[in-house]
Design a protein around this ligand. Structure first.
Ligand code: PEP
Length: 249
């Protein structure tokens, strides 16, 4: 039985004033029947974890360095995220891959470090629009899965997010059939590599312009175990609507 997961990626948004949204989420969804995760900018991580207190909302980082410490100005290690209260980290988001040149090898190294620090990894994969138009989607996903996911992954420690790059922040989403095709493919790839026990227990999230109005349809697709949500996770009312839809799925 996979526990459904609603994950919010705040990206580079939010100052301490935004923690008021977290108060609302705690009040209205702090004991949800699905798992809820918020990944704020690193500057807010500790304060958010404190604010959440005992409520059932996890916090996570948005990336981490593969090393535990050292001369890496501006970077943050997995240990530091864990020390600030994180239990998850998003890795390989397409914005990190594009803006910071993070390759599959780099993402795999980050994931190894995260696992060693006791963090669960949300590893993102997804094709660009040109790759989909060229009918290369499944090949791209296959390469990203093989290259980005470390061998040590388990059903407990690994979450895979399918995020078509062209759907992130654009208001566009794939058809439900397209989402289902990729999620079924990811499930089959994970079962082939890790065996059915692990392969069937890894949670698969869809990400890309999820909002309260389309969440229920997306959550009804096979092998969709939740969502990774960007823009709509910034407001408690919107993210709460997505959590509600996931609870009812
Ligand atoms: C994301 O950044 O992971 C994302 C899915 O963004 P949005 O929901 O805004 O498309």
């Amino acid at each position: 039985m996979r526990v459904k997961l609603a994950a919010g990626n705040w990206k580079m948004n939010g100052t301490r004033a935004a923690l008021a949204e977290v108060d609302t989420l705690v009040a209205e969804h702090g004991a949800a029947s699905v798992e809820v995760l918020l990944c704020p900018p690193a500057t807010l991580l500790g304060a958010m974890a404190e604010r959440i207190g005992d409520a059932q909302i996890a916090v996570g980082g948005q990336t981490c360095h593969p090393e535990a410490s050292g001369a890496h100005t501006g970077d943050i290690s997995a240990e530091m995220l864990a020390d600030a209260g994180a239990t998850y980290v998003i890795l390989g988001h397409s914005e990190r891959r594009a803006d910071h040149g993070e390759s599959n090898d780099m993402v795999r190294a980050q994931a190894r470090a995260a696992l060693a620090a006791g963090l669960k990894c949300v590893i993102c994969v997804g094709e660009t629009e040109a790759e989909r138009d060229a009918a290369n989607t499944l090949d791209i996903i296959s390469g990203q899965l093989a290259g980005s996911i470390p061998d040590l992954s388990t059903g407990e420690s690994l979450v895979v997010a399918y995020e078509p790059v062209w759907a992130i922040g654009t208001g566009r989403t794939p058809t439900l059939d397209q989402i289902g095709e990729v999620h079924d493919y990811i499930r089959a790839e994970l079962e082939r590599r890790f065996g059915t026990g692990v392969g069937r227990s890894v949670r698969l999230l869809y990400g890309g312009s999820v909002k309260p109005s389309n969440a229920a349809d997306i959550f009804a697709v096979s092998n969709v175990d939740g969502a990774l949500v960007g823009g709509a996770s910034l407001k408690a009312a919107d993210f709460g609507g997505i959590i509600d839809a996931l609870e009812q799925a």
